[in-house]
Design a protein around this ligand. Structure first.
Ligand SMILES: Nc1ncnc2c1ncn2[C@@H]1O[C@H](COP(=O)(O)OP(=O)(O)OP(=O)(O)O)[C@@H](O)[C@H]1O
Ligand SMILES: Nc1nc2c(c(=O)[nH]1)N[C@H]1C(S)=C(S)[C@@H](COP(=O)(O)O)O[C@H]1N2
Length: 195
């Protein structure tokens, strides 16, 4: 069986050096557990903001661990040591600009500084790599989007487009919990869900 494999990389100098406890990986894990109804396996890595190390980790998760999806958190800003997007672009085969554009749109609903995130989405081989900002709360915000008090979607989170993207990359079928995030798929790409 082709089980969904997801790589999670927390990029943080202070968490990697034990100055504070990493909250990136736990926040990613918690959100994925709430959002995915498809079984999945995760590979986690905590690395400092060092471009060669981030590149090496991305390549390892895609090329050796065969992750279908890799999510990074941290290091997307303009500061000198914020190099996650640079590392991601360096290992990319193709760019998926819509993910970065949509994440900044979503994040602007939460913080005016969202424009400072250089986050990108790319494809390496048959894997989708997405950069999320470092604030642990931004993980849910960007993946899930913004809903009103009745749960109606105001701005769609980027994860809504991930299942179809993985499908197009010939990865496993992904089902989500619609209470958290409803996957967008064109009619022609849907499975018969009458059962
Ligand atoms: N892995 C993490 N665990 C807990 N909090 C984090 C983590 N990464 C970032 N944060 C919080 O989000 C803020 C913005 O994240 P950013 O990626 O810009 O980190 P930073 O300021 O470069 O510091 P560092 O790399 O040492 O985490 C941090 O200043 C910190 O308060
Ligand atoms: N959803 C969301 N996006 C966000 C933020 C946030 O708190 N929530 N913080 C912003 C800030 S303050 C910065 S500097 C950039 C880059 O953050 P990073 O270096 O932590 O990746 O992301 C931005 N995007």
């Amino acid at each position: 069986m082709n089980t969904l494999r997801i790589g999670l990389i927390s990029v943080s100098d202070r968490a990697a050096n034990g100055i504070y406890q990493d909250q990136g990986i736990p926040a990613l894990e918690a959100w994925l557990s709430s959002a995915l109804t498809t079984p999945f396996i995760i590979e986690t890595r905590l690395v400092p903001d060092e471009q060669p190390l981030i590149e090496e980790t991305l390549c390892e998760l895609v090329d050796e661990r065969f992750c279908h999806l890799v999510l990074t958190t941290g290091g997307t800003g303009p500061a000198r040591r914020d190099v996650t997007p640079d590392a991601t672009l360096a290992v990319a085969d193709r760019l998926m600009p819509g993910f970065g554009e949509q994440m900044r749109q979503i994040s602007l609903q939460f913080v005016p500084t969202a424009i400072l995130s250089r986050q990108v989405g790319v494809i390496r081989k048959q894997s989708l790599i997405l950069n999320l900002p470092g604030q642990p709360k931004s993980i849910k915000e960007t993946l899930e989007g913004l809903k009103d008090e009745n749960g109606k979607v105001q701005v769609a989170g980027i994860f809504a487009s991930v299942p179809y993207c993985i499908q197009l990359l010939e990865g496993p079928w992904i089902e989500t919990n619609p209470q958290v995030v409803a996957a967008f798929r064109p009619k022609s790409a849907r499975r018969d869900t009458n059962s």
